[in-house]
Ligand binder design. Sequence first.
Ligand SMILES: C[S@@+](CC[C@H](N)C(=O)[O-])C[C@H]1O[C@@H](n2cnc3c(N)ncnc32)[C@H](O)[C@@H]1O
Ligand code: SF4
Length: 414
Amino acid sequence: MEAGKPSTKSAFASAPASGFGVYIHWPFCESKCPYCDFNSHVRHKPVGQSTYRAAFAREIAWTAARTQDETVTSIFFGGGTPSLMEPATVASIIDDIARHWSLDPHVEITLEANPSSVEAERFAGYASAGVNRVSLGIQALNDPDLKALGRRHSVAEARAAIDIAARQFDRVSTDLIYARSGQSVDAWRSELSEALKLPVGHMSLYQLTIEAGTPFHALHQAGKLSVPGEGLAADLFTLTQDMCADAGLPNYEISNHARPGEECRHNLVYWRYAPYAGIGPGAHGRLDLNGVRTATEAERHPEAWLDRVSKQGNGLIDSTPLDQGQMADELLLMGARLVEGVDLDWLKSLTGHTLNTSAITPLVTDGHIVLDGTTLTITSQGQKILNELVVRLSSALSPYSASDSNGIMTRPPG
Ligand SMILES: C[S@@+](CC[C@H](N)C(=O)[O-])C[C@H]1O[C@@H](n2cnc3c(N)ncnc32)[C@H](O)[C@@H]1O
Ligand code: SF4
């Protein structure tokens, strides 16, 4: 690691609770998985890394000029498949971020990686570049299901990649997809118990979602791919929460589990509704510009994004100030996912909205939410109907008079 690079030692406990994140999107994959609707593209010629390096540098400089006062607490390389980036590309992006913003001394720098042997060979280079956390897309721990998910790696390769990652990085996370076609409670119990023996401090466990426009969606529509119904999905969810809690990785967000102190600081920025910059094709951001929360969205198509950056210094197709009602909805939508809940003083202070007590009392009585002082949390029963609850909470929002204010917060409490 060069002098001036951020420390690779992370310290969640001593870090600010909210912060400012920078998301970097790498939009390429070796092949397209049949369930995935992320902004990822397959190119049959090598991607010009130096061209993208220069474009990322321009967009970082342009974005930082709008948000100079921020201190970056987390950087997240997401995709697509960021482990297809050359370590020099990752290093140059981290250097650009450090040049244009100040970095928190404990900045968390995560890179999403696919666990193939070729990609694991780049891990040492990423660590030297300043990456201190990897998130490995394991997806399944049995070869037939990996094949059915269209994955290019085997279980043996995934296990080897985890071992290499555990030697290179302070913090390792794995992603698994469950509620797969034909998966029984017993099958998931034995697979999850294997996953919980892996040397990782964080696990993202997602139920398979059938996304419109994907090959899985077409198969599902044609009756050729079945997924667990509501009852089985709820049983799989409960089993997941119980087994992870027993193993010392309780969930801190609906699908995310961590040993205490290993929570993903970058994703907490989103869920606590703190601001972040989105850099790269299709990236979204939420910036505080002159005191106004502003939603940004970049062009998704990689070559069209490059074109925009070369013409206008950024790839944005939209940059829209949010009104207070939109901010209140977003803050609730994000915060409801967190076990720590939503701070209603923060909601009031940032968005000028409160929750109408008479409208939410039935949700408390039904055991779906708990109100403790100014904190609203969703119970484990409520998490099973989260989408419906968020709609009901949103309709219970109302503006309050400015004279009720007891002080304006500009960041989530912590
Ligand atoms: C955008 S992917 C990037 C990571 C990396 N490219 C990989 O595939 O390992 C992030 C994660 O989203 C999850 N994911 C993507 N599509 C999903 C779907 N349809 N249902 C559930 N989880 C999904 C996977 O667990 C994946 O690891
Ligand atoms: S799941 Fe990952 S590797 Fe597969 S297409 Fe999506 S982003 Fe690419």
